[in-house]
Design a protein. Sequence first.
Lengths: 269, 237
Amino acid sequence: MAVTTPRKVINRRVRYETELVAQKKEGHPFFPYAMFHDTVVNLIIVLMIVAMTIIWHATAGPIDAHHPDGQNGWLGALYEGKANPAVQVTEPRPEWYFLFLFELLRIFKSPWELIFATIIIPTIFMVLLIVWPFIDRGRDRRISRRPVGMAFGLSVPAVLIALTIAGGIAPGAVSGSSITGDPKFDALPAAALISSHGCTSCHNFGAGGGTVGPNLSQGAPNPDPAAIKAQIENGGGGMPPFKDAFTADEIQQLVDFIVGLGTGTPPSG
Amino acid sequence: MPIPAPDPQQLVLQAEDWVEYRTGFPTLVRQFLFRKVPPTGWWHTLGSSLLTVFIMQAVTGSLLAMSYDPSPNGAYESIRYITDQQTLGWLIRGMHKWGASMMVILLFLHMGRVFFYGAYKYPRELTWLTGSLIFLSTMAMGLTGYLLVWDERAYWASVVAVNINGTAPVLGPFISKFLLAGPVFGAQTISRFYALHMLLIPGLIGALIFIHLWLVVKLGVTPWPGRPVPGDEVTGD
């Protein structure tokens, strides 16, 4: 035996090959032994998909005069209104399996933290996932001998489930006509624009709303009017650009409105 | 003198020989079907369920592609046509939609099973690696498929997703530009998402599944780690 070959490598190879030889000698044939279980479970899975489809279709009706948003089924709508790039009236909520990422946006939402939610944490998660077998190189597969692995294996799903639930029940757009809770602000034309373009699905202007974007009830994080204008026009940090959705006058009204929320005095005119 | 009636069994064997000599497939299939596996149970069925759902997604997806119009003016209308008017179109679309959710759930369960069995350990590291790439590709399928309905929710969720992507340092703006195929979401974007969703990513997943299954068959199924390993007395620990 070469001196340079560590004993450990030989050991795990011998161990695996012994296991495989024993399996070939004493194991059951894949067909029909394992295939029986496979067939039963596959059948159940496909039936579950069909059942969900039937429930989804049977309980949800198409969009009509009574259901303008199409939100009328146990498992959601068949479809909502056609996408209109100029007007945002709905909440940009992703599929449920991306809600954990969506929730991270809520947790890390100030501009300097945002990179944690968008890049750093997802990248760490993806790299850890891919290279995990090269990090956890212990030979023993028994659960009782893998405390660190088990800590990861239980905590990661727990965190993912918690984030998904939190993302799913997070508050959405304000449904009432008041968006600030202050009649003087609510009477302004900018308030109507905010309401009709779904801004409250991400921002709180004082009367509740989404928490994905910064809370604007006390003004913008950066109170500089030019910065507010640039943010509305070009978006950034997850926010879509609204340059084409508003006229220049309307954007100025929105900027004055948000500046006014910061100072506590509604803009005149 | 009458010609003797051919023996059916003999004919089948001859046909098999013919195929065997030219392709080797019968041996391959036999080796796959009758390979020995350790005592397995219900937890070992998740991988095959994933394969089944993937095939189901490919079939329903192909059927949807026959009626789907990947353009900003036609996408939404074709989805409504499929859902409301086409014979059993709602079933095809619904199975594709809920099949996607089911696939994500099964991926997590399968990954969990493999994790708790320690089945990613030596020498099966690359099986895990290909599996995690399948997982990430499936998430990319969810992202690209969501937009194709072209309703309000799908549209704005995709806008936000691409914008978030664009905030990544160095590569982010390039990836966003690639996904958008233009300055804003429009006709180019929807055909790009469509091509990614129905050609590029599924092709990639198919290839990864092939490698993944190859490794599973080559390396053998991992038994439950609680059982004594026959090599234990040989190697100690």
